[in-house]
Ligand binder design. Sequence first.
Ligand code: ADP
Ligand code: MG
Length: 265
Amino acid sequence: MSTASLATAETAVSVDDVEITFSSKRSRVTALTDVSLRVEPGEFVAIAGPSGCGKSTLLKAVAGLTLPSAGSVHLRGQHVTGPRQDIGYVFQRAALLEWRSVRGNILLQAEMRGMDGAEAKRRTDQLIEMTGLTGFEKALPHELSGGMQQRVSLCRALLHEPQVLLMDEPFGALDALTREKMNVELNRIWAETGTTVLLVTHSVAEAVYLASRVVVMSPRPGRIIEEHHVDLPRRRGYAETLADPEFHRVSSRVRELLGAAGDND
Ligand code: ADP
Ligand code: MG
């Protein structure tokens, strides 16, 4: 069903009836079919689904890195027809330049975009402070923990104040405790900045703790099978959220759906 008529120029992300098929001489894989998703400014949408169901493909379509075979993607009412500059991307691996300092890695974003130098430096300092990296400005990536490297990657993705922050299993490589800390930090940053976020995660707890809405996808070809609003305040404490009946309501439903989809993780 098309919901395109409901999207406005203010809708941060609008994915309408998207199908993505990868074809080569040997094979043809339909990664996504009939996917429609609307994200309003300031929403935090978590996408959960079994491995290979097209979560990364969906994020790439939003970023304009993969174009739909059918259907369309709009960012603030603008049709996405190629790679977009106005998004921020965080991947599972921080992908930092080993020879550049924390500051240098964050400022790379400014250099690639030709941002005003003074403004970029001011924002870099602000982000370093916001993500608790103060004192490590000159450190090289190998001198940082995995969690700190991901913070640098997050700063770099936020430097140009993107319309939407796309995160693809950003904390998947971190140990459980660091991951929890990063979740708390990301919640604070989201609550403070009002950034629109689309997060792909394998962790049900992470999805429900962080999101204002959780979207669950089916196995390949991926489609959205259910969406759940998470009726909790924007700024959330970790322990109290995990003890909240709303957290339990949404998590058990999402787990049930993923279990049925053959992915219990
Ligand atoms: P997920 O992120 O949910 O694990 P992906 O979006 O990475 O899933 O992949 C969905 C499906 O599309 C998989 O079957 C994968 O093999 C296939 N796929 C993804 N990218 C490509 C590509 N560039 N070429 C061919 N097949 C691809
Ligand atoms: Mg993926």
